[in-house]
Ligand binder design. Structure first.
Ligand SMILES: *Cc1c(COP(=O)(O)O)cnc(C)c1O
Length: 409
C-alpha cells in the first residue's frame, strides 16, 4: 500500500512541505506529518485493526511509510499495560497502570521512533545515518540501521550508561564518546552533515520519530477499549513521546474511533538535575531556556535543550496537566521500590514519574480512584550503574546462615 500522508507541516508557523523527499526542520523547528484522515477512516476500521498482528504496524494507515517493502522491522510488539495493585496501594491509588515499554527491541521505547525514522530514510534513499544520543536512541538507531543495511554513526557523551555504549557498537555502528552533553553531540553531527553525507536522525530533527512514538497513544487507547486514562505520567527528555501521544489522541478523535473523547492530563516528568520544561512551564513561557549543567542518572532525561519545547508545553497545557520535576536523589530509590513491588524492569526515568506521582497524590492533585498510566520507557538492565547493589556472598561449601545476612539494598 501507499501511505495516507498528504504533506508535512511546520509546527512553528504551519508552512506546508512535501513529504516525497527528505526533510529535516523548518526555521530550526520540527515538522508534523499530516494525513488524509477521511481516507484513513474509509480504508480501515477499528475492528480490522484489532484483528491484525499485535505490533505497532497494525496502525499502518496512520503511519508514514509508503511501501511495505521499506518497513525495517524487528517485530515491534504491542507492549503490555500492566495493572499495578501493590505499587498502587503504596501510593494510595486504586487504579494504577504501567505501560511497559521495556519489552521493545533494544529494551526501550526508542525503538518505536527509530523504526519509523529508519524505514522512511531507507524509502528516501538514505544509506548513512547519524544520531546524537544520551543513551537508548543510539542503540535503537544502530539496531535498525543494521537491519536496513545502513551505516550508522552514534555520538554520545562520555558519561552515557555503559550498556548504551556497548550495544550501539555491538550492532555495528561507529560509536564516538564526546566530552560534552547531548547538545554538543548534536552540534557536531549537524556540522559534519556536508562532509560525511549522513542523514541526521536527532530527536525531532526529522519528521518520522514522532509518528513512531505516536503508536504508544494508539495502543493505549486500544488497550483501554478505545478510551483514554485520567492522567498520563511520562518521563520527558526531548518530548517526542508526549508530543506523539497527544497527536495520536487528536487523530483518533478526528477518526471518530474514541468511545469517550475526554483527554488525559499529561504530566511531563523530569529530574531536578535537568528540568528545562518544568522551568518553562512554571514561568509560563512558550519556549524553554537551556539548562546549564544538566546532570541526572536518567540519561534519557539529560536533554538540556529540546527543539520541540513549545510542542511539549502546548500539549501539557492543553491537557490540564503539568510539567513537574522529581529530586534527582529519589529516582533510583523509586526505580528499585517499584521494580521490587511489581516485578517490572523499571528505568530511572520512570523513577522520576513515580516520585512526581507520589507528590501529586500527597497534594491531592490526583484522585485516588483515577485511572493513571505511567510509562516505563526502558529496561533496568540498560542501567547497570543504577542497579548496582552489593549482594551478600553465598558460600559454596556450607549452607548460608540466613540470620547473619545484612541486606545491601
Ligand atoms: C529517550 C528517553 C526518554 C525521553 O524520551 P522523549 O520522548 O524524547 O522525551 C525517557 N526515557 C527513556 C528510557 C529514554 O530512553
Amino acid at each position: 500500500m501507499s501511505s495516507f500522508v498528504t504533506h508535512l507541516e511546520a509546527a512553528i508557523d504551519g508552512t506546508r512541505l512535501p513529504h516525497d523527499r527528505l526533510q529535516t526542520v523548518h526555521e530550526g523547528r520540527p515538522l508534523w506529518v499530516r494525513y488524509d484522515l477521511d481516507l484513513v477512516g474509509a480504508a480501515v476500521t477499528r475492528a480490522e485493526v484489532e484483528r491484525r498482528e499485535p505490533t505497532l504496524w497494525r496502525y499502518r494507515e496512520l503511519l508514514p511509510v509508503e511501501r511495505d517493502e521499506n518497513v525495517v522491522s524487528l517485530g515491534e510488539g504491542m507492549t503490555p499495560l500492566v495493572r499495578c495493585e501493590r505499587l498502587g496501594r503504596e501510593l494510595g491509588l486504586e487504579n494504577l497502570w504501567i505501560k511497559d515499554e521495556s519489552r521493545l527491541p533494544t529494551g526501550s521505547f526508542k525503538a518505536r521512533g527509530l523504526v519509523m525514522a529508519v524505514s522512511r530514510a531507507r524509502e528516501l534513499g538514505v544509506e548513512r545515518v547519524a544520531i546524537p544520543t544520551a543513551g537508548n536512541a543510539g542503540g535503537a538507531l544502530a539496531a535498525y540501521a543494521a537491519r536496513a543495511g545502513m551505516e550508522a554513526f552514534v555520538l554520545m557523551p562520555e558519561d552515557t550508561p555503559v550498556v548504551n555504549r556497548y550495544e550501539a557498537a555491538l550492532f555495528g555502528a561507529r560509536v564516538f564518546l564526546v566530552d560534552g552533553l547531548i547538545s554538543d553531540c548534536g552540534a557536531m553531527i549537524a556540522a559534519g552533515t556536508e562532509e560525511m553525507g549522513w542523514f541526521d536522525c536527532s530527536t525531532l530533527k526529522e519528521p518520522y520519530r514522532i509518528e513512531g512514538k505516536k503508536t504508544m497513544g494508539l495502543e493505549l487507547a486500544e488497550q483501554l477499549g478505545w478510551r483514554l486514562p485520567g492522567s498520563i505520567l511520562y518521563p520527558t527528555g526531548g518530548g517526542t513521546g508526549l508530543i506523539g501521544m497527544w497527536k495520536a489522541f487528536a487523530e483518533l478523535e478526528t477518526l471518530g474511533w474514541l468511545e469517550d473523547t475526554a483527554r488525559p492530563r499529561m504530566y511531563a516528568c523530569q529530574s531536578d538535575g535537568c528540568a528545562p520544561i518544568v522551568n518553562a512551564f512554571e514561568a509560563g513561557t512558550k519556549h524553554a531556556e537551556p539548562v546549564a549543567d544538566a546532570h541526572t542518572i536518567a540519561s534519557g532525561l539529560r536533554v538540556p535543550k529540546a527543539v520541540g519545547d513549545f510542542m511539549i508545553l502546548d500539549a501539557v497545557r492543553e491537557s490540564g496537566g503539568a510539567a513537574r520535576s522529581a529530586p534527582e536523589a529519589e529516582l533510583v530509590p523509586w526505580m528499585r521500590r517499584a521494580s521490587a513491588a511489581e516485578g517490572i524492569s523499571l528505568c530511572p526515568e520512570t523513577g522520576a514519574c513515580l516520585a512526581v506521582l507520589a507528590d501529586l497524590v500527597a497534594e491531592g492533585a490526583i484522585d485516588r480512584k483515577e485511572e493513571i498510566v505511567v510509562f516505563n520507557t526502558g529496561a533496568a538492565q540498560k542501567y547497570v550503574e543504577a542497579m548496582e547493589v552489593e549482594l551478600p556472598r553465598l558460600s559454596t561449601t556450607s549452607p548460608p546462615d540466613w540470620r547473619r545476612w545484612t541486606l545491601a539494598n
